[in-house]
Design a protein around this ligand. Structure first.
Ligand SMILES: [Ca+2]
Ligand SMILES: [Ca+2]
Ligand SMILES: [Ca+2]
Ligand SMILES: [Ca+2]
Length: 293
């Protein structure tokens, strides 16, 4: 049994086995070449190097978790069954289709294969969420004014009154003519954080006579505007329900495996730190959901 310790990551290694075979192990993976496919139950991450000898390192995770949605570090212990790593060398160049096809391809042929016997995969996710509601909000803040589970920086209705923040800030604030957002009742709490904007004692969310989760179209006196901004109209329609919220989500990841033990027959390779690389825009989408009241 040969134990080989490779600590530098991007160097080429040449070594002779006792039986005279020469094994060339490049591990020459560019960090920016990390790619992924699959989803819950069958995630695949891979890095391909076709520069000299075609080789790949890949990680399969059978976790049913929804990955990439939250910032943080997740660890997955390699177990050879549900969390697996493969290092392969091929007879010809390999493409992403090799890892992402529904039916495992037979080409190119695998010349050498090592299986990850043990190690810990560390997935670091940076999830950037933005409500694009016209108000600069600190993405490090855990402020959640309405307590609906969506933090203010990605909550497009910060006070949960069913009037979007972008409407409540006021056009003067949005176009830069006023440094302060609108405060209709002058109570010091701007409309976008005030759940009773006109200060008439009726929650804005309840000044929704037609009950369509949009208080902006319930207008008793058109010379004043919507009832939720008219202190002289106090119609109450109890609605304890939120409207649909949308926010953008962009996720970037990086992936490494620590204490990786690769085994092929009686050959072992130990990598203290195997960097699989990083990838931007693993998710780049708009999410819509209705917070639970
Ligand atoms: Ca919220
Ligand atoms: Ca609001
Ligand atoms: Ca106010
Ligand atoms: Ca009110």
């Amino acid at each position: 049994m040969h134990k080989l310790f490779f600590i530098p990551i991007f160097l080429a290694f040449f070594f002779s086995c006792n039986d005279g075979d020469i094994i060339i192990t490049d591990f020459n993976f560019e960090p920016e070449n990390l790619d992924n496919c699959g989803g819950p139950g069958a995630y695949v991450f891979f890095n391909i190097n076709n520069s000299s000898t075609a080789e790949s390192i890949s990680l399969s995770l059978e976790t049913n978790e929804l990955l990439f949605l939250e910032s943080g570090i997740q660890e997955f212990v390699l177990n050879g069954t549900s969390n697996t790593v493969n290092y392969r060398k091929y007879g010809a160049d390999v493409t992403s289709g090799y890892f992402c096809s529904p039916i495992p391809p037979t080409e190119p042929n695998v010349v050498i294969e090592y299986l990850g016997e043990s190690g810990i995969a560390k997935l670091t996710t940076e999830a950037i969420k933005d409500d694009e509601d016209g108000k600069e909000e600190d993405p490090m803040s855990d402020l959640d004014t309405d307590g609906d589970g969506l933090l203010n920086y990605f909550d497009e209705d910060d006070d949960g009154d069913n009037v979007p923040t972008v409407i409540e800030l006021g056009t003067d604030f949005l176009n830069g003519d006023d440094e302060f957002p609108l405060d209709t009742d002058n109570d010091g709490i701007p409309d976008y954080l005030d759940d009773d904007d006109d200060g008439d004692g009726i929650l804005t969310r309840y000044e929704d006579t037609n009950g369509d989760l949009d208080p902006t179209n319930d207008i008793t006196d058109s010379t004043v505007g919507p009832d939720f901004l008219n202190e002289n109209v106090a119609n109450s329609n109890i609605i304890d329900q939120y409207r649909v919220h949308s926010f953008s989500l962009v996720s970037n990841i990086s992936l490494l495996i620590s204490n990786l033990l690769l085994v092929s027959g009686n050959e072992e390779i130990i990598q203290e730190t195997m960097i699989l690389g990083s990838k931007n825009d693993v998710i780049n989408t708009t999410l819509s959901l209705t917070p639970e009241f």
